[in-house]
Design a protein around this ligand. Structure first.
Ligand code: SF4
Length: 85
């Protein structure tokens, strides 16, 4: 997704990526937390996407910088993390 904004007469285009987790499918292995602690934290027996929008069993977060998100998604043994660029 592209986001346009203007500050002090300058215009900048930001490309936002999206991290999506099917929360109900998480088995709480902790791999995403170990690899990408800026975006993931354990909450009981499952991982939460930090500052995510929660809709039903899906957690979604838009980020400008993916950081280690792709590595975290690749590490998930049940493939419940998706990264959209
Ligand atoms: S890697 Fe997948 S299964 Fe493991 S805690 Fe993270 S979201 Fe849950």
């Amino acid at each position: 997704m592209l986001v346009w904004y203007a500050i002090a007469g300058t215009e900048k285009v930001i490309t936002m990526a999206k991290i999506i987790q099917k929360h109900d499918e998480c088995i709480g292995c902790g791999a995403c937390v170990a690899i990408d602690p800026d975006n993931w934290k354990m909450n009981g027996d499952k991982a939460d996407l930090i500052d995510a929008v929660v809709e039903g069993d899906t957690q979604t977060k838009e980020v400008e910088d993916l950081g280690n998100s792709k590595e975290a998604a690749a590490s998930c043994p049940v493939n419940c993390i998706t990264v959209e660029e």
